[in-house]
Ligand binder design. Sequence first.
Ligand SMILES: [Zn+2]
Length: 215
Amino acid sequence: MYFHGDRNKNNIAITFDDGPSEETLNVLAVLKKYNIKATFFVVGKMIKNRESIIQAIKKDGHEFGNHTFSHKRLWFKSKKFIEEDIQRCDNELKKVGVVTNLVRFPGLKYGLNTIKICKLLNKKIIAIDLITLNQFAMDWFNPWLKKIGLIKNEIKIDDVVKTTIKNTKNGSILVFHDYLQEIGPHKELSSILEIILPELKKKGFNFVTVSELLN
Ligand SMILES: [Zn+2]
């Protein structure tokens, strides 16, 4: 399982989970503006009717990862369920011409069965840097506070922006979400990226795909 890349190199990888969604196209525009290649961990069930979004990601030269078909937590699931859920996502990806050996578990939750099945399927398990386990650095946190009614006004992005810029290190794997579970497309994401991408570049970081980061 990979949490980060080489700490002695200035490479970092930005990743997007849970899409594709209608926000993904805005994300692609920002990535293109700063000439950055990213890795998209897509959810199999999200692909139907959004095939053109997958094609757009592909056309821009980004990498893909498997984030399961159902996005159910895998830690107490049977081997059969885990294998089928990962393979079903692979099959949906195959239909749009994408093959990947990267997998990330929903909610980063896993158990022994999950590890065994990934070994069997020859998958590289991609986690994230410890920094992003801090909820204030998670891009879903403020939209979620709004959903449960704890934020009344506009969704704030400063916490995510500040914490990400402060804590990104050599080799970091950053995670954002182009789709938010039970909320919808992440509408603040491109504004977050518009600030952090140039800022991290200014700090000397070099954005690469996850596979490049781990090579
Ligand atoms: Zn997810």
